[in-house]
Write a protein that binds this ligand. Structure first.
Ligand SMILES: Nc1ncnc2c1ncn2[C@@H]1O[C@H](COP(=O)(O)OP(=O)(O)OP(=O)(O)O)[C@@H](O)[C@H]1O
Ligand SMILES: [Mg+2]
Ligand SMILES: [Zn+2]
Length: 460
């Protein structure tokens, strides 16, 4: 039995349980319940004795609502992901792997904003003032009028924010804060939830934009309860591949803007450089794209991702031809090969087929069918796809190319990443920012590849 006021809190979803168990009933995760003192607080909405209310003053939907004003920080990639700048009174959660560059990004953001006249504060709970200052100096921001503090007590932080009117406040990180109203240790779900709640409330009241840094767990979730994600107006994630200098900022949720915008940066000695044309970073520089390669415009979770499918179709040396696939479903490969043979007249019977998704990504979407088919046909026919072309679409057994979800988001991401045309289902052409070679049937797509028939002037 838990001690007085103590309870078992799921570190994954934040659900509070009276008893320990191996599995959280609320979210189904195993081994996530941890005893926390003071987790069972009296509910905020517990009825009080004298409940006098004034009722609700209802409004209509017709009134004029001005666009929220925005603080442009001057870091354009950051502003775009936020929906065109940071909204005063909003709270943003920024997650990312250790060392990916969260503190660097936010120092750049608040430094630039301060240079543009905003009153900003950077509160670090993880690093000493000297460390933060030396990072800022390395980034050339020594002259920026940033108010710097190293503090972990949320009460002191709230006091300071009440005393002065700030425009933008960075809290690095939410897991280091603690509130003396709760007994649980810093970083526990109870503390994280309570501290985030108090900061978000004050942000709204004083119309300060608050950015909270949140550490992520091994599986990429922002550590601590999902409830923090519900409390804030925007959840951003900062991602980077080990060994590569590029970093991508994405919005997983945004109450003040679209979530399919990405911001791309390159990490260097003097901080993060904004990258205007990032396709080079992701998919290799120039040169003719080889036969057998097709760039798939995919969606991972809620997010668009471009990835290259590479195919090799070669004469088979042995009796039984080989079928090897990395990063995609082998059943799906067999289906696509069968459709290519029966509907498009290609022959794979005496040839080995290798299909590889570059970069170690695993693709599960049916939307990748057309990209796989295009890569296979391109290799079989030794006809490369045009430079700067992305491919997506689902293939049916009858050889139709079908529309898929979020086609506009895929094309937008491709355009953002510097791609100049797409091979896609007919329905994609309607709202596309790129020239689309729209195909209703797989045979039509294969004929285009065989004859190199692509829109003029679209090549990158
Ligand atoms: N002196 C330096 N010169 C060049 N690059 C540096 C230097 N110090 C740090 N970096 C770069 O900055 C990165 C760390 O950035 P930063 O501290 O902003 O990450 P973070 O996401 O805040 O990490 P943490 O999770 O530890 O808070 C390092 O991985 C490194 O690439
Ligand atoms: Mg940091
Ligand atoms: Zn749970």
């Amino acid at each position: 039995m838990a001690r007085d006021g103590a309870a078992y809190v799921c570190q994954s979803c934040g659900a509070v349980h009276a008893k320990w168990s191996g599995r959280c009933d609320a979210c189904g995760q195993w081994n996530t319940l941890v005893e926390e003192v003071g987790a069972r607080q009296p509910g905020a909405l517990a009825p009080t004795k004298a409940t006098r209310t004034r009722g609700l003053a209802f409004e209509t939907l017709q009134a004029e609502t001005p666009e929220p004003p925005r603080i442009e920080t001057g870091v354009a990639e950051f502003d775009r992901v936020c929906g065109g700048g940071v909204v005063p009174g909003s709270a943003i959660l920024l997650g990312g792997d250790p060392g990916v560059g969260k503190s660097t990004l936010l120092m750049q953001v608040c430094g630039q904003a301060a240079l543009r006249g905003a009153k900003v504060a950077y509160v670090s709970g993880e690093e000493a003032v000297e460390q933060v200052r030396s990072r800022a100096q390395r980034m050339g921001l020594a002259q920026a009028p940033v108010n710097l503090a190293a503090e972990t007590s949320v009460r002191d932080i709230l006091d300071a924010l009440k005393r002065d009117q700030f425009d933008l406040v960075i809290i690095d990180s939410i897991q280091t804060l603690w509130s003396d109203a709760h007994e649980a240790g810093p970083g526990s779900v109870t503390q994280v939830r309570a501290c985030a709640g108090e900061l978000v409330r004050l942000a709204k009241k004083k119309r300060v934009a608050v950015v909270l840094v949140g550490h992520v767990t091994k599986d990429g979730q922002i550590a601590g309860p999902r409830v923090v994600e519900h409390m804030v107006d925007a959840v951003l994630s900062f991602e980077g591949e080990r060994g590569y200098p590029f970093r991508v900022l994405r919005a997983a949720k945004n109450r003040f803007g679209a979530t399919d915008e990405i911001g791309v940066f390159e990490m260097g000695d003097s901080g993060l450089r904004e990258v205007a044309n990032p396709s080079a970073l992701f998919l290799g520089e120039g040169g003719e794209r080889a036969a057998g390669a097709a760039v798939f415009a995919g969606i991972e979770g809620s997010r668009p991702v471009l990835v290259e499918f590479q195919a090799l179709v070669a004469p088979s040396a042995y009796g039984t031809p080989r079928r090897a696939v990395v990063g995609w479903d082998s059943g799906r490969l067999a289906m696509v090969l069968a459709v290519l043979e029966s509907r498009c007249g290609l022959q794979f019977g005496n040839r080995d087929v290798y299909l590889n998704v570059a970069g170690g990504l695993r693709i599960n979407e049916p939307a990748a069918d057309l990209a796989a088919a295009a890569a296979l046909a391109s290799s079989a026919l030794e006809a490369p796809l045009p430079q700067g072309c992305v491919v997506f679409g689902e293939i049916s057994l009858s050889g139709e190319v079908r529309g898929v979800g979020r086609m506009e988001a895929r094309l937008k991401e491709a355009a953002k990443l510097g791609f100049s045309q797409a091979l896609a289902p007919t329905a994609a052409a309607e709202t596309s920012p790129l020239p689309v070679t729209a195909v209703g049937r797989l045979a039509e797509a294969i004929r285009r590849i065989a004859e190199s028939e692509w829109p003029k002037g679209a090549a990158a």
